[in-house]
Write a protein of this length. Structure first.
Length: 170
């Protein structure tokens, strides 16, 4: 037998308090995740996207948004071997990345690195960078927005398409 509706509402209300205790709103890729303390990302499929700075690539990354607040967004990205994005920079955020699988040639500023599974790298706000997948690759990336606006910026970056992040009600 399930919980009484009042108990379910109370539990959801308490979760919403925890979620909104983070400075600013929390956002999720799927509306059914709003108010949850654990997001079942293991059961989610990624969405191919073409970032607004792209010039020649079409869906270089398949991205699964894990969670976001107004000052950060965290996602998992798959990139197939041989895929290269356009060299670009972001004026509004820093990126901290953990390479979960595969190898990537990463240009950050004037330097080029070979990133392997288990490596972590950082590209600061405003610095030109470019990724080339030397193997099928998966990375966990956290974008940090010091001035806020992460959700709005992400939706602008991906064109507000299927991977559009939804903000939890406050």
């Amino acid at each position: 037998m399930g919980e009484a509706p009042s108990a379910v509402r109370a539990r959801k209300g308490k979760r919403q308090e925890v979620v909104t205790a983070v400075t600013g709103p929390v956002a999720f890729m799927h509306p059914e995740d709003i108010g949850k303390l654990v997001v079942p990302g293991s059961r989610r499929r990624g969405t191919r996207l073409k970032p607004n700075y792209a010039t020649h690539e079409d869906g270089v990354d398949t991205v699964k948004v894990l969670m976001a607040t107004d000052t950060m967004i965290c996602f998992e990205a798959f990139r197939p071997k041989g895929a290269v994005d356009t060299a670009h920079q972001h004026p509004d955020h820093h990126s901290m990345v953990y390479q979960k699988k595969g190898r990537t040639r990463m240009r950050i500023g004037e330097e080029t690195f070979t990133i392997e599974a288990g490596d972590t790298y950082f590209h600061p706000m405003g610095v030109v960078h470019q990724h080339e997948a030397l193997e099928d690759s998966v990375r966990i990336e956290t974008k940090i927005y010091p001035k806020g606006g992460a959700i709005r910026s992400w939706n602008r970056l991906v064109g507000g398409g299927p991977s559009k992040v939804r903000q939890a009600p406050t």
